[in-house]
Design a protein. Sequence first.
Length: 226
Amino acid sequence: MGIRKYKPVTPGRRGATVSDFTELTDRRKKPERRLTKRRKKTGGRNNQGKITTRHRGGGHKQKYRVIDFKRTKDGVPAKVAFIEYDPCRTARIALLHYVDGEKRYILAPEGMVAGDEVMSGPGAEPKVGNCMPLSRIPLGRRSTTSRCSRGVVGSCVVVPVPPEYSMPARRSGPRSRCPPEKSVDCLSRAVRRSDRLATRNTASSCSARPAASGGWDGGLTFVAPP
């Protein structure tokens, strides 16, 4: 995984950076059809048509990938078939093929590649991609979960607490006791903070509208009819 920096052939390209997508298994592969849903855009409006979130609208058409956040398929080994791109989130996603034939998407941690063997449950080993109870994760090891390590960092460190709990320590400082299962290691694509869109058209494809006041008719003067 790296950052591709464009040459300043135009003023808009100057300083623009983007991911090189080298971590993806096959860039031409389409998402799993049974694990995708239609994503309806709202344009920042609620059910009454009123703007509730500013600077939202337009953008490229997207399909939502159904992610298995809870990892409830315990004791069944799976193989990482593909590392794929997800337009709805920063991290990459991994398509798992279980031995019983089922397929699921999970958030790909840093260091996961196609062909890895992963498993969830109390009997899983503490390695990259496995999911296990917090009590089984070694102290000081990075872990991820959608409940305790939300936000930009995407990971937390396990610190010692009473036996029935484990306490994830986030980089921002606060700590919380969490008994549910967690995955080992931090999420992929930590270099997202280095991306720079640089052009207005690139931001438009991400459903971002201009924040400046005025617009195309900002300089016009309307005269009321007599």
